[in-house]
Design a protein around this ligand. Structure first.
Ligand SMILES: C[S@@+](CC[C@H](N)C(=O)[O-])C[C@H]1O[C@@H](n2cnc3c(N)ncnc32)[C@H](O)[C@@H]1O
Length: 326
């Protein structure tokens, strides 16, 4: 796309944070793209398909926990509180959260549900889903980054907080980023507030590897969609035929890393920048960190929380841990 083809909207995109983040990632010696930009409307839809694909066990494990153990989760999240702010970070379509909300309404708990998500499209879907299932729900969504939403809520709500962070979202950070995230999360809570984190556990490496390289190629498409998004929103000219998706799980470190591999030497143009790719050069797209259960307890204590309860699925593949801010 030439400069004169850009309309005003394109120009504001190019000065925006998406453009800046993309370029700074692509200028690094090991190129990378932030995975939070996967989620435009097409990315949301692809992720919902991934959640239902046979290899992606994570959603089914956590769904089982929320469906079968909502009462147990609630008991440990609420303690004696009958009135709370229920905040959900990266809520997505909140398909699992529905079970907990149903249980809260049944137990006549008073709460405002406050989902935070970077994707405006998924928040619309979530609103429709929740208002259809629970017409009386008090729902106040925040569109934006986790901590912008949480900071906003920290200043407004005086009620005890219950914060949900499901779907192994914490795993989309390196161990170091996750530790910093938990410290920051703690700094925005009061003593006694509780959090629930969905964490994917280490297991047979073949099972994990398959979850991020599904047969139907949905994860491949999910990654390619970010190239399409940069073409559409930032005027880039990525050719997805010149990349392939590759993912590798290291069972020793528990890190699953996802990449796009350039198949040829070539140049990608943005309206006022160009990026050179060598044949076989990688773009790091996403990390999916797996944990041992004991590590999650150490993480809680190191960041100012006390681990108070945990519920795993029947196979012990996935755990929802509950921590109290102390
Ligand atoms: C892996 S999905 C999980 C969705 C949901 N929690 C679940 O368990 O099904 C990640 C969600 O977090 C959102 N997200 C990713 N990075 C974010 C960020 N930095 N701030 C806010 N939302 C973010 C995405 O838009 C997406 O809906």
């Amino acid at each position: 796309m030439r400069r004169e083809d850009l309309d005003q909207n394109d120009l504001s995109n190019r000065s925006g944070v998406f453009y800046q983040d993309v370029l700074s990632g692509l200028r690094e010696p090991m190129k990378r793209l932030p995975s939070k930009y996967f989620y435009d409307a097409a990315g949301d839809l692809l992720f919902q398909k991934i959640m239902r694909c046979p290899e992606y066990y994570l959603t089914r494990c956590e769904e089982e926990i929320f469906r079968d153990k909502a009462g147990e989760l609630l008991e440990h999240l609420l303690q004696a509180n009958r009135q709370v702010d229920l905040i959900e970070l990266g809520a997505g379509d909140a398909s699992k959260t529905q079970h907990l909300i149903g249980e809260m309404l049944q137990q006549q708990i008073h709460f405002t549900y406050r989902p935070i998500d970077i994707s405006p499209h998924v928040l619309e879907q979530l609103g429709d889903r929740m208002r259809t299932a629970f017409p009386t729900i008090d729902l106040q969504a925040f569109q934006g980054d986790y901590f912008d939403g949480l900071a906003d809520m920290a200043t407004t709500g005086a009620l005890p907080k219950v914060v949900l962070f499901l779907g192994a979202n914490l795993g989309n950070m390196t161990r170091q980023q996750a530790a910093q995230f938990c410290v920051r999360l703690r700094s925005l809570l009061h003593t006694g507030d509780r959090v629930l984190l969905g964490i994917d556990l280490m297991k047979n490496p073949r099972i994990i590897q398959a979850a991020y390289a599904d047969e139907a190629g949905l994860t491949w498409q999910f990654n390619m969609n970010l190239l399409r998004r940069m073409n559409k929103e930032l005027g880039a000219d990525f050719n997805e035929e010149l990349f392939e998706h590759y993912c590798q799980y290291d069972p020793v470190s528990g890190t699953c890393s996802s990449y796009l591999v350039s198949l040829l030497d070539h140049v990608v143009h943005f309206p006022d920048e160009q990026v050179l790719f060598e044949k076989d050069e990688l773009i790091h797209m996403e990390v999916s960190q797996k944990y041992r259960f004991e590590e999650t307890q150490a993480l809680a204590r190191a960041s100012g929380f006390m681990p108070v309860h945990a519920v795993a699925d029947k196979r012990n593949w996935f755990v929802d841990v509950i921590w109290e801010a102390c």
